[in-house]
Design a protein. Structure first.
Ligand SMILES: Cc1ncc(C[n+]2csc(CCOP(=O)(O)OP(=O)(O)O)c2C)c(N)n1
Ligand code: SF4
Ligand SMILES: [Mg+2]
Lengths: 298, 364
C-alpha cells in the first residue's frame, strides 16, 4: 500500500481568495485567469506569504487585490521594473506579475524587452483582451488591423504586436500562450511558468466582454489549438517556436511554445546574491573595507 | 454666430482644429480620454493626423517631431501622464518649440483617483521638468473658455515658440455649456525656423543642446528675456466685482465659479466681497493683485490642492495684505457654504470693527 504523505494543512483554492471581490464586469475573461492562478498555486502548495503579486494599472492590473498573497499595485506600465527591484532584494519570493496588453506591450513595452533579456526570475501574465478596458475601450497594441474602438473610430490603421514572436526574439526563456476559457490547460501553463527558473512569459487571451466585440470567447474558442495535442511539437526548438508563433487566424496555437533551462536567471548570475537574498542581511561593513573603498581613487 | 451645447473636452478639440492644429498625439487617461477620442474622430475629417501613442513619453516626443516640422500639434492628458511628459516639455522649451498640452487634472499623488483636483498646479506652472524654463499656463473656467483659451494657447505657443498648457480640472472637461466658435478658421503659416524640407529651411537646426557654457548661458538669458516679455504682455485675470471689494477671493477654474456664487451671497448680506480669477497662471497676473491692495483688506485663496496657487498670490502681494487659505483635496470640491463661512470669519477679523491685530496672528 502506498503511503500518502500529507502536509499538516494543505492549501486550498479558498486560501488564495482575496479579501476584496473582483470589480470586473460579469463574464470578464480576467475571472478565469485569477481562478487558474489560484489553482496553480494550490497545486504548487506555495505558502501565501512567500508569494508577491505585482501589477501595473488597468482592469487586469487590479488582480493583486483579489488574491491572498502580498500585493503591489504599481504604476501604469512599470510593474516589471518594480518586480525586478523586488526580486533582486529578495529572490526567495515567488513573484507573479500581471497586467494588461496596454500596460505590458504599450507603455511598458520597453521594460518588457529588457526584463526578458535579463532573464529575471518572474512569472509575467499578460491578460490580453486586445483593448484598453479600464479607460473604456481604446485601441491597444494587440488590437487587430481595422478594428473600430473609441480611439480608432474610422478603423485601426496599425497592425498588432505579436507578443509570442516578440518574447522569443527578446530572449525569454519560457514562452507560452493560454486562454481564459481553457481552465485546465491554463492552470497547467501557469504551474509550469512558476516552476520555471528565469523569465516566464504568458500571453493569455482574456476577453473584455464590455469593450471588445471582436475578440470574444466565441471568437477564440473554435480557433485555439493546443500545442500539447501535437506529440511531435518540441518546445525546446526555438526555430520551431518562432514558426508556430506566426500562426494567426482560423488556427491560433496556445500552449508552451518554448522553454530553455540552461541559462542562469538574473539572481543566479549576480555574484553578490550567492549567499542568499539581500533582504535581512546585516549592513555591517568591516572598517578596513570601508577605509579601502573610501581611499580608492576612481 | 451660433451656439452649440457641448462638453469642455469636446470644445477643446473643435477649437484646436479651428486654430489650425493638424496633429494630435495622445494616450488615454481619465478624465482626458474624451479629448483623445474626439481628436481621433475629427482630425481625419480635416486632413489632420491622429495617433494614439504607446505612452505619454512617446506622445510628447511625437509633438516634438510635429512641431519641428512646422505643424501645429497638441496632446491631452492628466496628472500621471503629464508627469511622464515633463522630460519632453523641458526639451521642447529648450529647443523653443511650440505645442499645446491640455491637462485635465485628477486627484494625486501617484494614481490618486479620477475625481477633480487642482494639484497639478506646481508641476505645470513651475515646470516639472529640469532646467531653466517656463511653460505658459492658461486656466479656463467655462466651456466657452475651454474653446477660446485653446485658440489663444496656439497663438501664444507660436508667438513665443514655447509649450503652452491648458490647465483645467475634470469638472471643466465634463461640464456641458453652450459654446461659440470663431467663424473664420486660422490658417497658420509655416514657421521660418521649421525643419520644413525646403531649400530656405536647410540651415535650420532644432536642438536644446549647447555644450559651450557661454552659449548655454546666452540661450538661457534669451529664454528669460522671452518669459519676461510674456510677463509684461500676456498676464490675464478676471476681476469680478473687485472695484469696491475689501475682501478678495482668489481661485481659478471651477473654484472661481464657486467663489462668484459665494461673493454674490456675501454681498447680499452687505459684505464688500469680490473675486480675482487668474486666467494665466504663468505669467502670473501680479499687477492685478497689487492694484487691488488700494481697497482690499484681505485675500482668501481657495484651491482644490494643498496650497499651490496660494504661494504665487503671497509672492504677488509680497506681504502687503494678509493672505488666507482654504482648500479641499482628494477630489472633493469646496461647497459654497464652507467658503461662505470662511468669508464671514475673515470679515469679522479684517473689516471695520475687527479685533486687534495680535489676535489675528494664528490666521496669517
Ligand atoms: C501614466 C498613465 N497614463 C495613462 C493611464 C490611464 N490608464 C489606466 S489603465 C490604462 C490601459 C488599460 O489597458 P490594459 O493595460 O490593456 O488593461 P485592461 O484594462 O484592458 O485590463 C490606461 C491608459 C494611467 N493610469 N497612467
Ligand atoms: S471593462 Fe472589459 S476588461 Fe475591464 S472588467 Fe469589464 S470586461 Fe473586463
Ligand atoms: Mg487590455
Amino acid at each position: 500500500m502506498a503511503t500518502i504523505i500529507e502536509s499538516p494543512k494543505s492549501l486550498t483554492q479558498a486560501d488564495f481568495k482575496g479579501r476584496v471581490d473582483p470589480d470586473w464586469c460579469p463574464g470578464c475573461g480576467d475571472f478565469g485567469v485569477l481562478a487558474a492562478v489560484q489553482k496553480a498555486l494550490v497545486e504548487l502548495q506555495i505558502p501565501n506569504h512567500q508569494i508577491v503579486t505585482v501589477s501595473g494599472i488597468g482592469c487586469s492590473s487590479n488582480f493583486p487585490g483579489f488574491i491572498e498573497t502580498y500585493g503591489m499595485h504599481t504604476l501604469h506600465g512599470r510593474s516589471l521594473p518594480v518586480a525586478t527591484g523586488l526580486k533582486m532584494a529578495n529572490h526567495e519570493l515567488t513573484v507573479l506579475v500581471t497586467g494588461g496588453d496596454g500596460d505590458g506591450l504599450g507603455i511598458g513595452g520597453n521594460h518588457l524587452t529588457h526584463t526578458m533579456r535579463r532573464n529575471v526570475d518572474l512569472t509575467y501574465i499578460i491578460m490580453d483582451n486586445q483593448i484598453y478596458g479600464l479607460t473604456t475601450g481604446q485601441t491597444s497594441p494587440t488590437s487587430r488591423l481595422g478594428m473600430k474602438t473609441k480611439s480608432t473610430p474610422h478603423g485601426n490603421i496599425e497592425g498588432p504586436i505579436n507578443p509570442i514572436t516578440m518574447a522569443l526574439a527578446a530572449g525569454a526563456t519560457f514562452v507560452a500562450r493560454g486562454f481564459s476559457g481553457e481552465q485546465k490547460h491554463l492552470t497547467e501553463l501557469i504551474r509550469l511558468a512558476i516552476q520555471h527558473k528565469g523569465f516566464s512569459f504568458l500571453d493569455v487571451f482574456s476577453p473584455c466582454v464590455t469593450y471588445n466585440k471582436d475578440n470574444t470567447f466565441q471568437w477564440f474558442r473554435p480557433r485555439v489549438k493546443k500545442l500539447e495535442d501535437d506529440p511531435a511539437y518540441d518546445a525546446t526548438d526555438w526555430l520551431a517556436a518562432m514558426e508556430k508563433s506566426t500562426l494567426w487566424g482560423e488556427e491560433i496555437p496556445i500552449g508552451r511554445f518554448y522553454e530553455r533551462t540552461d541559462l542562469p536567471s538574473l539572481d543566479q548570475a549576480e555574484p553578490v546574491l550567492k549567499d542568499g537574498p539581500m533582504v535581512g542581511r546585516s549592513a555591517h561593513i568591516d572598517p578596513a573595507v570601508a577605509q579601502s573603498f573610501i581611499e580608492e581613487l576612481m | 454666430m451660433s451656439r452649440h451645447l457641448m462638453k469642455g473636452n469636446e470644445a477643446i478639440v473643435k477649437s484646436a482644429i479651428l486654430a489650425g492644429c493638424r496633429g494630435f498625439y495622445g494616450y488615454p487617461i481619465t478624465p482626458a480620454s474624451e479629448i483623445t477620442e474626439a481628436a481621433a474622430a475629427l482630425m481625419p475629417q480635416v486632413g489632420g493626423v491622429f495617433l494614439q501613442a504607446e505612452s505619454e513619453v512617446a506622445a510628447i516626443n511625437m509633438l516634438y517631431g510635429a512641431a519641428s516640422a512646422g505643424v501645429r500639434a497638441m496632446t491631452a492628458s492628466s496628472g500621471p501622464g503629464i508627469s511622464l511628459m515633463q522630460e519632453g516639455i523641458s526639451y521642447m522649451a529648450g529647443a523653443e518649440l511650440p505645442c499645446v498640452i491640455a491637462d485635465i487634472t485628477r486627484g494625486g499623488p501617484g494614481l490618486g483617483n479620477i475625481a477633480s483636483e487642482q494639484s497639478d498646479y506646481h508641476q505645470v506652472v513651475k515646470g516639472g521638468g529640469h532646467g531653466n524654463y517656463r511653460t505658459l499656463v492658461l486656466a479656463p473656467h467655462s466651456v466657452q473658455e475651454m474653446a477660446d483659451l485653446t485658440v489663444l494657447a496656439f497663438e501664444l505657443a507660436d508667438r513665443y515658440r514655447n509649450p503652452v498648457v491648458l490647465l483645467a480640472d475634470g469638472f471643466m472637461g465634463q461640464m456641458m455649456e453652450p459654446v461659440e466658435f470663431p467663424e473664420v478658421a486660422t490658417e497658420p503659416r509655416l514657421p521660418r525656423w521649421a525643419v520644413a524640407g525646403t531649400d530656405a529651411s536647410r540651415g535650420n537646426v532644432i536642438t536644446s543642446m549647447h555644450l559651450d557654457t557661454d552659449k548655454l548661458e546666452a540661450h538661457v538669458r534669451q529664454l528669460e528675456a522671452k518669459y519676461f516679455i510674456t510677463e509684461q504682455r500676456e498676464a490675464r485675470a478676471e476681476d469680478w466685482r473687485t472695484e469696491d471689494a475689501e475682501i478678495v477671493l482668489v481661485g481659478y477654474g471651477i473654484v472661481a465659479r464657486i467663489l462668484k456664487a459665494v461673493a454674490a451671497e456675501a454681498r447680499a448680506a452687505g459684505l464688500p466681497v469680490g473675486v480675482l480669477r487668474p486666467i494665466t497662471l504663468y505669467p502670473f497676473p501680479t499687477l492685478h493683485f497689487q492694484r487691488l491692495t488700494a481697497r482690499a483688506r484681505a485675500f482668501l485663496v481657495v484651491e482644490m490642492s494643498n496650497g499651490q496657487l496660494v504661494g504665487d498670490v503671497r509672492l504677488a502681494l509680497n506681504g502687503a495684505r494678509p493672505v488666507e487659505f482654504f482648500s479641499r483635496v482628494g477630489g472633493n470640491a469646496p461647497t459654497h457654504l464652507e467658503v461662505l463661512a470662511e468669508v464671514q470669519d475673515l470679515a469679522r477679523r479684517h473689516l471695520a470693527g475687527a479685533p486687534a491685530e495680535e489676535e489675528l496672528i494664528v490666521h496669517v
